[in-house]
Design a protein around this ligand. Structure first.
Ligand code: AMP
Length: 138
């Protein structure tokens, strides 16, 4: 497997070299908002220790990340009065991965409402508000 590149954008977010809308963090994980949200409340959970994706993650990293995914997913469901939650996670380029630091997408979902297309920059004020709404529900 390709080596971890510590210049990836999420490594820079972890080092506070670029801004992010943080939702939650603990010793092992960070949750922040996706800036190209495919749903209102679309956020990402990452481990603080480096790994590219599920394929090279340690069992401990996966356990910590999934505990945070569950915690934030329940909070997001409440914050957005969602009917359900979609999780997405991609591994390597052929698997759809674009940023090579392990992350899980959390999407609050409402019955009959499709996700928006990928790659569309969101409204930063709205994203900031969505981060605050999830944090308040935690
Ligand atoms: P993927 O690796 O396919 O899961 O996609 C990476 C995700 O990271 C996409 O949903 C992007 O919108 C998101 N993304 C890229 N740059 C940033 C950033 N600076 N802050 C937050 N999310 C980002």
């Amino acid at each position: 497997m390709t080596a971890y590149d510590d210049q990836n954008i999420f490594a820079k977010i972890l080092r506070d070299e670029i801004p992010s809308f943080k939702v939650y963090e603990d010793d092992e994980t960070l949750c922040f908002m996706d800036i190209m949200p495919r749903t209102d409340g679309h956020c990402l959970v990452i481990p603080k220790m480096p790994c590219r994706n599920v394929l090279d993650a340690s069992d401990a990293q996966l356990a910590a990340v999934m505990a945070t995914v569950k915690k934030v997913a329940n909070a997001a469901k409440v914050a957005f009065a969602a009917d359900g939650i979609t999780l997405q996670q991609f591994n390597e380029t052929a698997g759809g991965q674009e940023v090579f630091h392990l992350h899980f997408h959390i999407h609050p979902r409402h019955a009959g409402l499709p996700m928006r297309p990928a790659g569309q920059m969101g409204d930063m004020d709205a994203i900031k508000g969505h981060a605050a709404a999830i944090a308040a529900a935690l």
